[in-house]
Design a protein around this ligand. Structure first.
Ligand code: NCN
Ligand code: DMD
Length: 333
């Protein structure tokens, strides 16, 4: 059993994370040069295929068993009036996910992905981070462990998603703490100008009340259970060399906490899409990530990342299915 019971134990695991197979990646890159197309004509799809091949240790892979994980949590900071919706919506949407009625149910089904929903202590919101840490070390570690163990070891692609009223305030506070600067608050579910001002004030208070600037320290102080579970799932996928597509603003904030702990921690991740939440582009830029899609989504629940499964599938369909110049009798340049 992996020890995930303290931040020190989690740090040790992040430091020992496995890398991709360099041999499988270069074999895939060699194959790419022989495929019946001008070199580079499939653009970023070519890089995606080689990246995925390295992580799966297979120079000619396909995606056959994707998994979408949604984690839900409630936030004490929601009491500051930072969301357009009441906190009861978190639990109501969990029921909707379980009944198959949410956007992610449609998109996961379309992608042929298994969908698992984990509600984390919804009747016990985290503490309001304007007054001190949102979670204790035991709480953040338990949530991280939920995410870690939720990853199906047999899956070959993980999509992380989340649901939690108030969590764009949490994600913006994480970004502000770890990246500095101003303007991380956006409209989330659609707060009005007064709500946006309350949100910016809550973030400023949260940063002042919580001085630890380590990645996991910030996750504990300013995150939420679902944010910590997303981080745990990303790290758990890495331990099994499972590539990950990140969803929007909140998932990227969870990923940022890992990145600050260890610069290699997100090597197995790609950004599924650019969220309409204003500061998402700045967070992705800090991570050096280019989103696969940009459709103006700001839903969360894994929706943008689930759509991006098909982009990655497209990359691998071409890479693994195409004929080489020699096989097809096509003349080279
Ligand atoms: O993923 C995103 O980029 C995203 C952007 C805005 C809102 N959300 C979703 O909306 C909820 C948080 O919004 P809020 O206004 O309550 O902080 C939460 O359930 C998220 O999944 C998600
Ligand atoms: C209705 C609703 C659905 C969501 N899905 C993810 N976040 C959400 C927030 C709201 C408010």
């Amino acid at each position: 059993m992996t020890d995930l019971t303290s931040l020190a134990a989690i740090r040790a695991i992040l430091a020992a994370a496995p890398d991709a197979s360099g041999a499988a990646r270069s074999a895939a890159a060699d194959r790419n040069l022989q495929l019946t197309k001008p070199p580079g004509a499939l653009g970023r799809l070519e890089d995606l295929a080689a990246w995925y091949a390295g992580w799966r240790n297979d120079p000619r892979p396909r995606i056959t068993a994707p998994q979408v994980l949604i984690f839900a949590g409630n936030h004490g900071v929601a009491a500051q009036g930072v969301s357009a919706f009441p906190v009861a919506v978190t639990a109501q949407m969990v029921e909707n996910f379980r009944a198959g009625g949410a956007a992610i149910n449609q998109l996961a089904e379309l992608a042929g992905a298994r969908l698992d929903v984990h509600a984390l202590d919804l009747d016990r919101p985290t503490a309001d981070f304007t007054q001190g840490a949102a979670m204790t070390e035991a709480e953040v570690c338990a949530a991280f462990a939920t995410g870690w163990t939720a990853v199906d070891p047999k899956t070959d692609l993980l999509v992380t998603g989340e649901m939690g009223i108030g969590n764009t305030t949490s994600a913006a506070a994480i970004a502000g703490a770890l990246l500095g600067g101003e303007g991380w608050a956006g409209r989330g579910t659609g707060v009005d100008d007064a709500g946006l001002a309350r949100k910016a004030a809550a973030i400023a208070q949260g940063l002042a009340a919580n001085p630890d600037r380590s990645g996991l320290g910030v996750l504990m102080a300013l995150g939420g259970r679902e944010v910590a579970a997303v981080a745990g799932a990303i790290a758990g996928a890495r331990a099994r060399r499972i590539p990950v597509i990140l969803d929007g603003f909140i998932c990227t904030a969870a990923a940022l906490c890992l990145h600050v702990e260890d610069a290699r921690a997100l090597d197995h991740c790609v950004a599924g899409h650019l969220s309409a939440e204003g500061a998402h582009d700045r967070m992705l830029a800090a991570l050096g990530m280019q989103p696969l899609l940009s459709l103006g989504l700001r839903l969360g629940e894994g929706s943008g990342a689930a759509l991006a499964i098909q982009v990655l599938r497209g990359a691998l369909a071409c890479h693994s299915g195409m004929a080489t110049f020699a096989e097809a009798g096509v003349s080279g340049a």
